[in-house]
Design a protein around this ligand. Sequence first.
Ligand SMILES: [Zn+2]
Length: 246
Amino acid sequence: MLEYIKKDNLTEKMKYSVIYSDKKIEYILTRKNIKRLYLKVNSKSQVVVSAPYNISREKIELFIVSKAQFIQNAQEIIKNASYAIDYSDGAKIHIRGRQYLLSVCLGSENNVLLKDDVIILQVKNEDEALRKKVFDQWLALYSLEVFEDYVYTACSRLNIDKEEYPKVKVCAMTSLWGSYNTAKHTVTLNLRLIEAPEECIEYVALHEVCHIIYPDHGKNFHALMDKLLPHNKSIRKKLKESVILN
Ligand SMILES: [Zn+2]
């Protein structure tokens, strides 16, 4: 019991940094009574790590380095995040094909939480620009995580080595769902794709990853898509119907 109290007193935030390929990654470490490591990039672009008490700094830093690409992407996205929706209380927002109600409330911290069919947007004041900033940054980071999962799953289906996985970016685009840049080995996905049903996100991710193998939309490309996702044409139709790009 005494030990527990002691540990609990140590639940303070410490700032550290780790060097990875000539870059310094600064992070805020919080020790908690949890089972595994968690890492996130907050809206101030800070890397925040929560770790169990018994895990060494060395292991924590290995974990951070393994997430270096994600951290870099996330920090870039935070710089450029912008999304145009209604941020008023009770607004309807679509994420991964599901409809959520936006619930705006005041609180001591800016925060976004997905809960059942509600998105709770907690902000420090009534300022509309703040709502937009907090929500946009959260959505961009959330989308990046979802898109990375789909892109990496598609890569593994195509037997692409882990070291060869492309960089994934999220971008607000008006006419494209996604693109693959060969020179930069980067898959860019439209932020609005996060509104679409899961199978549509899977379809676009797979389509762009197939471009790593076949750059154009030739016969081979379509044969590969048909093999990996037999109903891809109907999914494409569903995507066009579920999210209208403008
Ligand atoms: Zn294409």
